[in-house]
Design a protein around this ligand. Structure first.
Ligand code: PEP
Ligand code: MG
Length: 296
């Protein structure tokens, strides 16, 4: 493999590598004997394949959120189908016996690409960057080696948007003459989707993105959400309790993948309302284990 390709395929930029190394260093003396969490799933949020071995080592049950836009942002041109196939395949092979959920590229705001225009976060990015979306989906489908592919759409604002994207993925799959099983779900991270949650009966799963959801409902930027938590936590929990009840009644898998899932007081509240699946940055396994033990 030539150096250029290797760089595009697996490596984040220098500052990301440094940040990641620092994070690992701070963890080097920790042990993460996973607690026996039975009906709970502790999942990890990742942005590169570099993080996968640590996630396995810490005993996570899988990847709850693979932020694929980071792969796109680390390149200066659209990645080819083959390049993406190799990245997704590597991750899927590593998580053969665990779950792995890829979020389709979520660009907009501070996440920009040098080679494609980003629209306001959401479905427009796929409609107006059609070939980027289709190539990503093709690569994911081809990499579905164990029939356990999960695809998640970000910033969904209505049920129609979900149906549109689901049908688009199905068409792509049909064109590839592929019959593998694919689960498709949404990130619940807009006020509009939350208000009409009962329409989403046909999604395979829902993952609550608290970072964008809190911004959408309470207009509080993600950087302030921990310090400002008192302002909104009570109300948010009240709203999310209804989501838990809806998902339980409809047999829809529910997880939380926003930052709040690793903030102790919030996590306690999520456990109280019956959320069983959490997806957090790798170091936060400590917080999950700690709070879980308080409850069991
Ligand atoms: C979220 O919005 O909570 C989320 C997990 O997505 P991101 O942080 O990538 O916007
Ligand atoms: Mg988000």
């Amino acid at each position: 493999m030539d150096t250029r390709k290797q760089q595009i395929m697996v490596s984040p930029d220098a500052s990301q590598i440094k940040q990641y190394e620092q994070m690992l260093e701070s963890l080097s003396n920790e042990t993460f004997s996973a607690v026996p969490h039975r009906s709970y799933k502790f999942l990890a949020n990742v942005s590169t394949n570099m993080e996968l071995d640590k996630v396995l080592q810490y005993g996570f049950d899988g990847i709850g959120l693979y932020r694929t836009e980071m792969i796109f942002m680390n390149a200066d041109r659209p990645l080819t189908l083959q390049e993406q196939y190799e990245i997704y395949s590597e991750a899927i092979h590593k998580f053969k016996d665990k779950s792995i959920c890829f979020r389709t590229f979520d660009i907009g705001d501070d996440k920009q690409l040098s080679y494609a225009r980003a629209y306001k976060k959401g479905i427009e990015n796929y409609i107006y960057n059609k070939s980027l979306f289709e190539t990503q989906i093709q690569a994911l489908i081809k990499a579905n080696h164990y029939n356990h592919l999960q695809i998640m759409f970000p910033m969904i604002a209505s049920h129609d948007e979900f149906v549109f994207l689901k049908n688009w993925v199905k068409d792509i799959q049909k064109n590839l003459q592929d019959e593998s099983s694919i689960k498709m779900g949404i990130m619940l991270e807009t006020k509009e989707a939350l208000e009409r949650i009962s329409e989403f009966r046909d999604v395979d799963f829902i993952s609550i993105g608290t970072n964008d959801l809190i911004l959408s409902i309470y207009h509080i930027h993600r950087d302030l959400q921990t310090t400002e938590m008192k302002q909104y936590l009570h109300d948010l929990i009240f709203k999310l309790k209804q989501v838990v009840e809806f998902c339980d009644a409809s047999g829809i898998g529910l997880s939380i993948c926003g930052e709040l899932a690793s903030i102790e007081p919030a996590l306690r509240e999520f456990m109280k309302i019956g959320v069983k699946n959490y997806s957090v940055a790798a170091p936060a396994i400590k917080v999950l284990n700690h709070i879980y033990k308080e409850f069991h």
